[in-house]
Design a protein around this ligand. Structure first.
Ligand code: G6P
Length: 608
């Protein structure tokens, strides 16, 4: 979603800001823009489409500036267009960039129109520039004007603003949308995503809700919501270039698929012995708290929710705990009943997904024993606001379609399941078996990645179709859902997933030669039943592409039967995800879509 970068420096910042925008392209956006202070005027460039177009404009116009703000926009209020792109301005004096949503924008806009302001966009953001201008005209400094504006704004925002009257300083504000400061040498940055400035500094300050900061090349001052000057911790993070470059891969998604053996190793490493999970890996006191847990509530969105659905099966089988799972966007609207001794689990790659964060905040007011997050970003809001956390250590995931973040979430969630079982002294032999399976998982994933050549043979058959059906049963139904989600996200093929037993209750009507059916058939007590479901598909002319355990036999006619490497049955959902990721990637490659930044989607969804 939208990305902000701002800089105050003793050198020219135009190029740095555009480089920062490039680093945030993975988040998803539809337009980009920049405002650069030039002492007696402000250069204002905006483009619809890729950051490269903005860069081309910059190369043509060569604006020089040591103070500037820049933005990638993902449309919420108003279509993607140049006039709706940020920065927005007031009277050619005040320029702002904004992430988030201003909920009371209609009333504020009307009142500013009454004050004589003219609007040139359909956005909810432009009013922030006019509001600041109003207070600056009344004699406030930009810092004070920002506090006055904040008092009016309802909703989520990260804002950066510059004023023609001051070529040294910019002001930023944060409320429920991520924003951080980066400290360089003779230059200070602000950004919504550490990756945007990871090339420029390793020293970050994560602002808190309500904070406003004034930034110049040499100094910064942070004031909290009560306007008191505060000191916030400086966090050192090395975001190496390697982690954010594609290397020899065509796309980040491809790189991230093939990184999975190492990523899963990073999740498990140091958290298990040879036959059990270590105590307190979710934080000091977690083992003690887990012993009291009687019920689990999971909330998450998108791919992370699929990880949660697999976990619900694991919790029941291994930790003997009942589990309720909800879309984070739905959870707080269903008036949830919270049983005594319930534990809340949130799952999120980014740790910034607005609905998941809102669900956590809502749950914090309820009678939960505590909250645990499984997250890939230690500095995220979700990580900071949860009682306990396990970081998946997957490294930055840039492709919008989640791959290594999902498999590492599953590995982390299995550790959580084992920790809950251990704290309640349950199933020690089973725990030992699974831990061995987790330790050998990177090797099994490596073998699974070698199936690429077989998958390449079937990808043209799917690439030429408009629909696809994914089937799985039991613990594989969420994996079928994840496979369908991957395919639709990046290839724009309509794909749906069903538990195979539901076929005859409707979807069988869709089966014909134009409906490829991808099925997951691991060895299990339900394999036989699944095979009968697949026969029903074949009998109606559907083409089957089956990923199966060597023990499963089925005649697939013109389709394909791809034999999967074996591992502990309870861990097979992780392994069966891999060929579905490769299949989606190869199909999307054939269809020529924008794989890393699929249309209309965002990596980090910071609005509700
Ligand atoms: C977006 C992304 C998905 C992701 C979902 C949840 O929709 O495109 O890939 O699964 O958000 O994100 P989270 O960061 O909370 O896991």
């Amino acid at each position: 979603m939208c990305g902000i970068i701002a800089a105050a420096s003793t050198r020219n910042v135009g190029k740095l800001l555009v480089q920062g925008l490039h680093k945030m392209e993975y988040r998803g956006y539809d337009s980009a823009g920049i405002a650069l202070h030039q002492h007696d005027s402000i250069a204002h460039l905006r483009t619809l489409g890729k950051v490269q177009l903005l860069e081309d404009k910059m190369i043509a116009e060569k604006p020089k500036s040591k103070l500037g703000i820049a933005h990638t926009r993902w449309a919420t209020h108003g279509e993607p267009s140049e006039s709706n792109a940020h920065p927005h301005k007031s009277q050619d004096k005040v320029y702002i960039v904004h992430n988030g949503i201003i909920e009371n924008y209609v009333e504020l806009r009307e009142s500013l129109i009454e004050d004589g302001y003219e609007f040139s966009s359909q956005t909810d953001s432009e009013l922030i520039a006019h509001l600041l201008d109003l207070y600056l005209n009344q004699g406030s400094s930009m810092l004070d004007a920002m506090f006055l504006a904040k008092a009016k704004l309802e909703g989520a925002y990260a804002i950066a603003a510059i004023d023609l009257a001051d070529d040294q300083k910019l002001v930023v504000a944060r409320n429920k949308s991520p924003l951080l400061i980066g400290l360089g040498t003779d230059e200070i940055f602000a950004a919504s995503d550490p990756l945007a400035i990871g090339q420029l500094t390793n020293e970050f300050i994560f602002l808190e809700d309500g904070d406003v900061a004034e930034i110049s090349a040499e100094a910064y001052e942070i004031r909290d919501k009560d306007q008191n000057t505060v000191t916030r911790d400086i966090t050192n993070i090395d975001i190496s270039n390697q982690a954010t470059s594609k290397g020899d891969y065509k796309h980040f998604m491809e790189k991230e698929i093939y990184e999975q053996p190492q990523a899963v190793l990073n999740t498990v490493d140091g958290r298990v012995t040879s036959d059990d999970v270590l105590d307190n890996i979710f934080g000091l006191g977690s083992t003690e708290l887990f012993a009291k847990v009687k019920r689990i509530q999971i909330v998450a969105c998108g791919t992370s929710l699929h990880a949660g659905r697999v976990t619900a099966n694991w919790l029941s089988a291994i930790a003997e705990l009942p589990c309720q799972i909800d879309y984070a966007s739905e959870y707080r609207y269903k008036n949830p009943h919270v049983d005594k001794n319930s534990l809340l689990i949130t799952i999120s790659q980014s740790g910034e997904t607005a609905d998941t964060l809102a669900a956590l905040r809502y749950a914090n007011e309820k009678d939960y024993l505590g909250s645990v997050t499984i997250c890939n970003v230690p500095t995220s809001a979700l990580a900071r606001e949860s009682d306990f956390a396990l970081f998946t250590n997957a490294g930055p995931e840039i492709g919008v379609a989640s791959t290594k973040a999902f498999t590492t979430q599953l590995a982390g969630l299995m550790l959580l399941t084992l920790a809950l079982a251990k704290s309640r002294d349950l199933n020690p032999r089973l725990r030992g078996r699974i831990v061995k399976g987790l330790r050998s998982l990177p090797d099994v994933i490596t073998k699974t990645l070698e199936l690429k050549d077989e998958i390449l043979k079937i990808s043209p058959n799917l690439a030429s179709k408009d629909n696809a059906l994914f089937l799985g049963r039991g613990i594989f139904y969420p994996i079928a859902k994840e496979g369908a989600l991957k395919l639709k996200e990046i290839s724009y093929i309509h794909a749906e997933a069903y538990p195979a037993g539901e076929l005859k209750h409707g979807p069988l009507a869709l089966i014909d030669e134009d409906m490829p059916v991808v099925a997951l058939a691991p060895e299990s007590e339900i394999a036989e039943k699944l095979v009968s479901n697949l026969e029903e598909v074949k009998a109606r002319g559907g083409t089957l592409y089956v990923f199966a355990d060597p023990s499963v036999s089925i005649d697939v006619n013109e389709g394909a039967l791809i034999t999967m490497p074996q591992c502990d049955f309870l861990l097979t959902p992780i392994v069966y995800t891999i060929p579905l990721q490769i299949l989606s990637y190869e199909v999307a490659l054939l269809r020529g879509t924008d794989i890393d930044q699929p249309r209309n989607l965002a990596k980090s969804v910071t609005v509700e």
